[in-house]
Design a protein around this ligand. Structure first.
Ligand code: PPS
Length: 285
């Protein structure tokens, strides 16, 4: 079981202790505007990347001075707050990031208010990214043994619970929401097309040059240099900066560098069993 020092369970879902059951419960009634935009993900699936892309698209390549804002102020977390943001005072369109499962989001979202961009990533890469992430985040339980971490991940005993439940939940309830699905892998393969998909979904018209500029600024190499994209200003009690960073490697297939053949087989077995009931098929490599 995950340590209570780091997570609490609310309606079957593990939250980090940087939020409270009261705050999570209050989100049910959170009023949503049609112009609101949400980036929904299971952790380590490309959240920060999508946050940057959206900031670039919506503020026309940062020409409004948003480049000087911390990511947390520009695109706050719905359920977590390292500092408290008054959502009501955010300029429109408001943009939020969230790891919530489909069944815990504000009621208005289910009435198709606002727009949601849901990003998925190969769960093996998600797991490996998560494993490295927990080494330097003081808000996450440290599980240095990779095999043990994998068992925790597969049984959903980590912050944000089961990857499979998260993805299966959102995909099988797609019709209840105003939602665009993207994958980390398609963004890696053709970032320009992904940016255009997002623009199209948001009804945002950018010139060719503006699209080029978004794509150029949102590459791994460029974002890695940006202290804000890396959340370098998080307090030391949250992240130990010398032990890792948000933009770690940014590749597809890093799982192959750490998972053994046996671990891979075990992972596939659990995944296949669970994915049988899903209305979609993922192809990752
Ligand atoms: S979090 O903590 O849930 O917000 O993490 P999240 O942002 O979802 O996932 C972090 C991983 O996304 C990678 N990343 C990128 N990859 C490619 N291009 C760009 N621009 C980019 N930005 C972030 C980041 O490196 C993490 O993956 P790993 O595999 O650990 O490198």
């Amino acid at each position: 079981e995950p340590s209570k020092e780091y997570v609490f369970k609310y309606k079957g879902f593990y939250f980090g202790v940087i939020t409270t059951p009261e705050h999570v419960a209050s989100l049910e009634d959170f009023e949503i505007n049609d112009s609101d935009i949400f980036i929904a993900t299971y952790p380590k699936s490309g959240t920060v990347w999508t946050q940057n892309i959206l900031a670039l698209i919506m503020s026309e390549g940062h020409r409004n001075g948003t480049e000087n804002m911390e990511m947390m102020d520009r695109i706050p977390w719905l359920e977590y707050s390292v500092k408290s943001t008054d959502f009501a005072t955010l300029p429109s369109p408001r943009i939020f990031a969230t790891h919530l499962p489909y069944y815990l989001v504000p009621r208005d979202m289910r009435n198709k208010r606002g727009r949601i961009i849901y990003v998925t990533r190969n769960p093996k890469d998600v797991m490996v990214s998560y494993y490295h992430f927990s080494k330097f985040m003081n808000t996450l339980e440290k599980i240095p043994d990779f095999n043990l971490f994998m068992e925790r991940f597969l049984s959903g005993k980590v912050l944000a619970s089961s990857w499979m439940d998260h993805v299966a939940g959102w995909y099988s309830h797609a019709e209840d929401f105003n939602i665009l699905f993207l994958t980390y892998e398609e963004m890696k393969k053709d970032l320009r097309s992904a940016v255009l998909k997002i623009c199209n979904f948001l009804g945002k018209k950018l010139s060719e040059e503006e699209v080029d500029s978004v794509v150029r600024q949102a590459t791994f190499e460029n974002m890695r240099k940006d202290p804000r994209a890396n959340y370098e200003n998080l307090p030391e009690e949250v992240a130990e900066k010398n032990k890792g960073r948000f933009l770690r490697k940014g590749t597809v297939g890093d799982w192959k560098n750490i998972m053994t053949v046996a671990q891979n087989e075990r992972f596939d077995k659990v995944l296949e069993e669970r994915m049988k009931t899903l209305p979609i098929k993922f192809v990752w490599d």
